[in-house]
Write a protein that binds this ligand. Structure first.
Ligand code: GLV
Ligand code: GLV
Length: 323
């Protein structure tokens, strides 16, 4: 009998096609996230679900999805999943690492340069028709080459950002729970304390998962320990920054600028953020390239198909449930 699969939002056809070979696939037809009630109702009869970082996968979800044999996240971050609860119920869950590593690292670089060279602010000047011609003192920004790059989180994406930094001759430091010897060998990156990361970095790029330890790691106190010329870039998870405190730091020149792809309370932004010229603001597009999104769809589908066949999913988060 064909298994029933539900996908909580339209994803690239590459993944849907893989599932349709052997499963009955239902997809949320609307271009918006489902409400909590809609989600719980839709999963009542299905064997497997592919969901998004905006879907909360917790005890109430597992209670509602009483036939569930597996859940595949369409994201590398999985702070939306209660993995311990899934494991307690022996339900495999997975994420989509690797396929979005380069796309996300590239976006971190887009933000670093956009903030340093005031790309968005000056684009607006051109569009407004108010530019008066070249001037020696106009729109002076920050140097990037040779400056110290601090990386928070030395996983796949953080390491990719570090490798790319070598092209700009940037000394590299990183803060991570464990050390990453491969990264150190490849890039001469040096592991430092969080204090040193704050004090020494000219640019800080966030690539840590959202956990109780990383929530609000960047707050008034940590901004005060950064260089006044420093730039903070976040393509990881919004709540790692206390966003009201960032507005305070940017407004008062405590740090020089910020580039954000993620927000503390998506899709909302902290009050005042959108008025700040030293902030570049993107709508959570880190993985938004064709190859990355196709790769995520295929990987999520392959994970779910393996779960439905009681086989080993390629990127399972709780392998202990496989027995
Ligand atoms: C996107 O934010 C992801 O975690 O894949
Ligand atoms: C996290 O899993 C990463 O890819 O950096």
């Amino acid at each position: 009998q064909r298994k029933k699969v539900f996908i909580t939002r339209k994803i690239p056809q590459a993944g849907v096609a893989l599932l349709e070979k052997s499963c009955d696939v239902m997809i949320n037809p609307e271009d918006r996230p489902l409400s909590r009630e809609e989600l719980l109702a839709k999963v009542a009869e299905v064997d497997g679900v592919i969901g998004l970082l905006t879907d909360k996968i917790d005890a109430a979800f597992f209670d509602a999805a009483k036939n569930l044999k597996g859940y595949a996240n369409y994201a590398v971050g999985y702070d939306n999943i209660d993995v311990a609860e899934a494991t307690r119920r022996k339900i495999p869950v997975s994420n989509t690492p690797d396929v979005l590593t380069l796309a996300t690292a590239e976006l971190a670089w887009a933000l670093i340069f956009a903030v340093a060279r005031r790309v968005v602010e000056t684009d607006a000047v051109m569009r407004s028709g108010t530019w008066t011609g070249w001037g020696p003192l106009q729109f002076i920004g920050l140097d990037v080459s040779g400056k110290t790059l601090g990386i928070l989180g030395a996983g796949r994406i953080g390491a990719a950002v570090a490798r790319m930094a070598q092209g700009f001759g940037m000394p590299l430091i990183y803060y991570n729970r464990s050390s990453n010897p491969e990264l150190e060998a490849q890039t001469k990156a040096r592991k430092v304390s969080f204090d040193e990361l704050l004090a020494q970095s000219d640019f800080i790029s966030i690539h840590a998962p959202l956990t109780p330890e990383t929530r609000h790691l960047f707050n008034r106190e940590s901004f005060s320990r950064m260089k006044r010329t420093a730039v903070l870039v976040n393509t990881g998870r919004g709540p790692i920054i206390k966003e009201d405190d960032l507005v305070w730091a940017l407004r008062n020149g405590v740090i020089a600028g910020a580039g954000l792809d993620v927000y503390e309370f998506e899709p909302r932004m902290a009050e005042g953020l959108s008025e700040l010229k030293n902030a570049v603001l993107l709508p959570h597009i880190g993985s938004a390239t064709n190859s990355s999104r196709d790769g995520m769809a295929e990987l999520a589908a392959r994970n779910l198909l393996a779960m439905l066949a009681s086989a080993r999913p390629p990127t399972i988060l709780n392998p202990e449930v496989l027995g």
